[in-house]
Design a protein around this ligand. Structure first.
Ligand SMILES: [Cu+2]
Length: 469
């Protein structure tokens, strides 16, 4: 692997796919990343990408296809990886750093179905940005990162007296009920190794970071989330024109599998489980075609109930299979409060991800959202500006954004199993008054709509009744 011109490098044994990110890449960003630009003037930096992933022994696509057909829960991964390797609990991997240097790690959680804790033995981590927007730097001994999130952190190699080799480790942050599904307890590791340290240490003598929280340490996940603030004062929308309250739930549907009616797991937003139409919504919207979706995605749940109760009414379990979108005018100021519902006693974290926009995460809390009290605790000054934010198990989050990107945008839970069960919807942002604020035409190479769709249309024998707004 090529040595970077500004001195030192990080390598991962066996990880030929590791991307080295030159310093110039960060400084050349337009606009530059403020925190990094400021700090890079003073310090010598190396930058790396750290990509976590899921690993399956068998063909995951075949497993998922089978489970979706039969309505069963989706497969649990067999290991988690850091830059493509599960680490020396399976096979070895090592990163090399120079003593005294500060390293930028660009961390991506590309795991399919799990939020992750991540820590480095003997080293603190300074978090400086999430989802490409700067945060007020804060020092922590671990991070929690959800699928779809990206985080930039700084790590200084300042511990050479402790031996020279340290575990970088990640493990699942599990928020569902253990009895309900079970989960992957694999610890993904890499070794942080000092170039001028002891290079012959037996990996078995290296300890996992003691600061790596345990799998079900809910307080650790919440307290990490609560430390995030934007670096600067944000222009948070205050003249809200569209307000939505969206309950996210896991559900079940009755389906017909080869003549046998059985239960299939599902998921929903405001009790609607998304159905992909024959023609994609973007094309149908752009060409003003009707019949592929309806614009009546509900602004609130059909019924209000104690969403976090352990005993919910039976009529909450079935969702409606439909293609309902939310239409926003260009420039609208939107507030969405997401509420986790404990339907099927299966509330867990949902990393909610919006395409096409970042949003201000102005509030979060446990229990049912209190429409009178909770808005008073909103952070309208320096909330994190992100594109993925976790809706906490048995809790709520409030986000605000300005609809300034005309187009058709997916809003979904970033746990793939919930996405597969249709915990998503689409927001259409209408064109503004000028060509610059209008959707671009399709590219010339776009396939024709006559091409047969490979998307299977889901049907239910007994889906819920039609919801209304
Ligand atoms: Cu989810």
């Amino acid at each position: 692997m090529k040595k970077e011109p500004f001195g030192g490098m990080l390598t991962v044994t066996g990880l030929e796919t590791l991307f080295m990110v030159p310093l110039s890449f960060i400084l050349d960003k337009d606009p530059p990343i403020p925190v990094l630009s400021l700090m890079l003037k003073k310090l010598s930096y190396l930058a790396y990408r750290v990509l976590s992933g899921s690993w399956y022994i068998y063909d995951v696509n075949l497993l998922v296809e089978h489970d979706l057909e039969t309505g069963a829960d989706l497969p649990i991964s067999d290991a988690y990886t850091i830059n493509g390797q599960p680490g020396d609990f399976a096979e070895c991997s090592k990163d090399r750093v120079d003593y005294g240097k500060t390293n930028l790690l660009r961390i991506v959680n590309a795991v399919m179905n799990a939020e992750l804790f991540f820590a480095i033995a003997g080293h603190n981590i300074t978090v400086v940005s999430q989802d490409a927007a700067s945060l007020k730097p804060f020092v922590t001994s671990y991070i929690m990162i959800a699928p779809g999130q990206t985080m930039d952190v700084l790590v200084t190699a300042n511990q050479k007296t402790l031996g020279g080799q340290y575990y970088i480790a990640g493990r699942q942050f599990y928020t569902d009920k253990t009895l309900f599904t079970g989960f992957n307890k694999f610890n993904a590791t890499a070794i942080l190794q000092y170039n001028n340290g002891n290079n012959t240490q037996d990996p078995e003598t290296i300890e996992l970071p003691p600061t790596l929280p345990s799998y079900e340490d809910y307080d650790a996940g919440i307290s990490f989330r609560n430390r995030k603030r934007s670096l600067t004062v944000q222009d948070v929308p205050k003249n809200i024109t569209t307000r939505m309250y969206i309950a996210g739930a896991q559900n079940q549907l009755m389906i017909n599998v080869s003549g046998n009616v059985t239960f299939a797991l599902a998921a929903s937003l405001n009790n609607v489980s998304w159905v992909n139409p024959w023609m994609n919504v973007l094309q149908a919207h752009y060409q003003n075609l009707t019949g592929f979706y309806t614009d009546d995605f509900p602004d609130k749940p059909l019924e209000f109930y104690d969403f976090v109760s352990d005993t919910l009414p039976a009529n909450t379990t079935e969702s409606l299979l439909a293609t309902k979108v939310k239409v926003l005018e260009y420039g609208e100021e939107v507030e969405m409060v997401f509420q986790a519902a404990n339907v099927l006693n299966a509330s867990e974290d949902h990393p909610m991800h919006l395409h096409g926009h970042s949003f201000h995460m102005v509030g979060a809390g446990g229990g049912n959202f209190d429409f009178d009290k909770d808005p008073q605790s909103y952070n309208l000054v320096d909330p994190p500006f992100v594109n993925t934010a976790t809706l906490p198990k048995d809790g709520w989050i409030a986000v605000r954004f300005k609809a300034l990107n005309p187009g058709v945008w997916l809003w979904h839970c970033h746990l793939d199993r919930h996405l597969s069960w249709e915990m998503n919807t689409v927001i259409i942002v209408q064109n503004g008054a000028t060509p610059e604020t209008s959707i671009l035409p399709p590219p010339p190479h776009m396939p024709s709509c006559d091409a047969p769709s490979t998307i299977k249309k889901k049907t239910s024998q007994f889906s819920a009744k039609q919801t209304t707004t």
